[in-house]
Design a protein around this ligand. Structure first.
Ligand code: 7RM
Length: 636
């Protein structure tokens, strides 16, 4: 018997040791006992981090939707699979049973087939958090098409870049979306994006807000009538273990977004196993992750991980502040949520509100509280623990990445003793290590370094779509035969990990990873901007916010600075999305540069965070005089 569900700390250590000593046997046992396969694998793992090449369960044949849906039908056909809570609290929640999910996924899969979509084709999904979103992912997986979900907060430019990068044939969207009291014209954004996407022949449109939109003849089709006419049966495409399941874009510190490719069997096994253990999910529990399915957290822990376990997973369309800041707590109360998984930025925003908004609601159903996306600060941890968990629900500070596919370092509830701000221990199968500046491993405890992973795990991304070299350069070149995470971490006296944050030019704003370079590229397109540099600085609610230093062209210097700031943020909104707007924009005559022309961001970061006592070594600067000017005019 495999140790699918770990129940106490000693067992964790025992299982962990086994997973390191005999990783293939460890994963093979889990894969054999908990999933259905058309054919078992010939080899559990083949890997080479120098190429890099990673293959799990090679030779196996399966379809992930059979594992997420079909195999639950006999015992759980009437159980709620997806519990949809609409934006408007007065609109009825929708309980979609496993049986209904089966039918709706198959209908959607048949619609995609009718539109000519085949195994291996890329399908772009640009939808709000409505059931069609989860169903669209599963419909793609049913027929072996590769989904590429683009978060519906991204702009038209960001959308078209992603569509073109992976050469999507079709886009699935809706007429619009609800966001609190507002509506958003999603279809209009898609129309703008598709001007630049000659490869897209079809756009399927779900009706959500019933707004007046224009439908382009020959390209745009209403989804619902097609679904209504489609058969509720669709034979699953039998996939190879290593066939791509999806592409999900994540921003890097430089260049265009990276289309991380996740494959089928390993991703399924790992997300299912970690869901069960990290959330201690029991058969009749109601589980809720507040992320958007546009991010990896939604893929792995709203859709695939929960459904692979036959769970009830809540999908919430709205925002935490509508109709008031008590909405999350009202939903927990209404649906008797047992496991709640959210982000520190949301916790901090909610902690600023009156406690009455919490105390009006009965939160006694809660058993596990999760946190993900960025380091959770001690104050937020305690607020969450005291007021939401009433000190009875363990806080699961789970560290992982789009690239890792699933949770990597995390306490297990009722197993691992927690400490605020610590993600604690690696999950079974995960072998983290810390590296120093000289690329040597730092052994022992009470040490700090750059976080790497030494050994493959089943859900690691296999490549960057269309650019394997970039995959190698980004993740496998900094340290020999290691996956480099881009994060710094420390390991304490008992071996617990605390993630200290990014060590590259990615800033996490409200839980969204933002590479600074693409934002700089966007604002440099403003006709008055000569050059710019963006850094992060700490922010009460967002965790980090963005601070831009901008050099204007001569022609721009007489312009009204406040108007320029608005225009710069407008350009960012158009190129990337409103999440990437700058909180502060300082106009300057120069940027501190080394002789080789590199901007010394370290100095700009210190100025932005008002920590200028020791700027460190500035002797290699070409223009040291500009540092004083920037400090004198810094925005506080
Ligand atoms: C799941 C997700 C990945 C980056 C990662 C970290 C940061 C995520 C935590 C965290 C501290 C955590 N994927 N991060 N979780 N930092 N503690 N529990 O967020 O690709 O969008 O972001 O997020 O820097 O590298 S992601």
């Amino acid at each position: 018997m495999s140790n699918y569900h770990i129940k106490h700390l000693e067992e964790y250590y025992k299982v962990y040791r086994k997973s390191v000593r005999e990783p293939e046997i460890f994963w093979e046992e889990i894969a054999e006992e908990h999933f259905s396969w058309h054919k078992k694998w010939d080899k559990v793992l083949e890997w080479d981090f120098t190429k890099p090449e990673i293959k799990w369960f090679q030779g196996a044949k399966l379809n992930i939707t059979e594992n997420c849906i079909d195999r639950h039908l006999r015992t759980k056909g009437d159980k709620t699979a997806i519990l949809f809570e609409p934006n408007d609290p007065n609109e009825k929640a929708e309980h979609i049973s496993y049986k209904q999910l089966y039918e709706r996924v198959n209908q959607f899969a048949n619609v995609l087939k009718d539109q000519g979509i085949k195994k291996g084709d890329r399908v772009c999904i640009y939808l709000p958090m409505i059931p069609e979103l989860a169903i669209a992912l599963l419909a793609c997986a049913r027929i072996g098409a590769i989904h590429s979900v683009v978060f519906a907060g991204f702009s038209a430019t960001a959308l078209s870049t992603r569509i073109n990068d992976s050469d999507c044939r079709i886009v699935i969207t809706s007429d619009g979306s609800y966001r609190g009291a507002k509506t958003i014209d999603l279809k209009g954004i898609v129309d703008d994006a598709l001007v630049d996407c000659p490869g897209v022949k079809t756009c399927l449109v779900a009706k959500r807000i019933h707004s007046k939109i224009t439908m382009k003849e020959g390209r745009d089709k209403w989804l619902q009538p097609l679904l209504d006419n489609a058969s509720k049966n669709c034979e699953p495409e039998i996939m190879d273990a290593e066939d791509p399941l999806f592409i999900l874009y994540t921003s890097g510190s430089t260049g265009k977004p990276k289309g991380m490719v996740h494959t089928t069997a390993g991703y399924m096994v790992y997300t299912a196993y970690t869901f069960k253990n990290v959330f201690n999910y029991k058969d009749n529990d109601v589980y809720w992750c507040t992320a958007d399915i546009g991010w990896i957290t939604g893929h792995s822990y709203i859709v695939y991980g929960p459904l692979a376990n036959g769970a009830t997973t809540v999908m919430f369309e709205g925002v935490p502040s509508y109709p008031d800041f008590g909405r999350f707590w009202a939903i927990i109360n209404k649906h008797n949520v047992n496991q709640f998984y959210t982000a520190p930025t949301a916790i901090r925003a909610l902690a600023k509100q009156s406690l009455d908004l919490v105390n009006q609601h009965d939160l006694s159903s809660l058993k596990v509280l999760g946190s993900v996306g960025e380091p959770i600060n001690e104050e937020a941890w305690h607020w969450y623990n005291d007021n939401i968990g009433q000190k009875k629900s363990p806080i699961i500070d789970s560290w992982w990445q789009t690239e890792t596919g699933g949770i990597m370092i995390s306490p297990l509830p009722y197993v691992t003793p927690t400490i605020p701000t610590y993600a604690t221990l690696p999950l079974p199968g995960i072998q983290p290590c810390l590296m120093n500046e000289d690329a040597l491993e730092i052994k022992g405890n009470q040490v700090e370094g750059r976080l790497c992973i030494k050994y493959p795990w089943p859900s690691i991304a296999r490549t960057i779509w269309g650019n394997h070299k970039r995959y190698k350069d980004t993740y496998f070149s900094a340290y020999d035969k290691m996956y480099f995470t881009g994060d710094g971490a420390l390991r304490d006296a008992v071996g617990y990990y605390r993630i200290t944050g990014r060590v590259d030019d990615v800033v996490i704003v409200s839980g969204h990873n933002l590479g600074t370079a693409p934002i700089e590229d966007a604002i440099n397109e403003h006709p008055a901007v000569a050059e710019s540099a963006i850094v992060g600085f700490p922010h009460d609610i967002k965790g980090n916010a963005l601070y831009g230093y901008v050099i204007l062209k001569d022609v721009g210097t007489d312009r009204n600075h406040d108007n320029l700031r608005k225009e710069i943020n407008q350009i960012i909104t158009e190129h990337i999305g409103p999440i990437a707007k700058l909180d502060k924009i300082q106009f300057t005559s120069g940027l501190p540069k080394t002789r080789s022309g590199k901007i010394m961001r370290r100095i700009l970061r210190k100025i932005a965070r008002n920590d200028t006592k020791d700027l460190g070594d500035t002797s290699t600067l070409l223009n040291p005089e500009v540092v004083q000017e920037i400090m004198d005019n810094a925005l506080r």
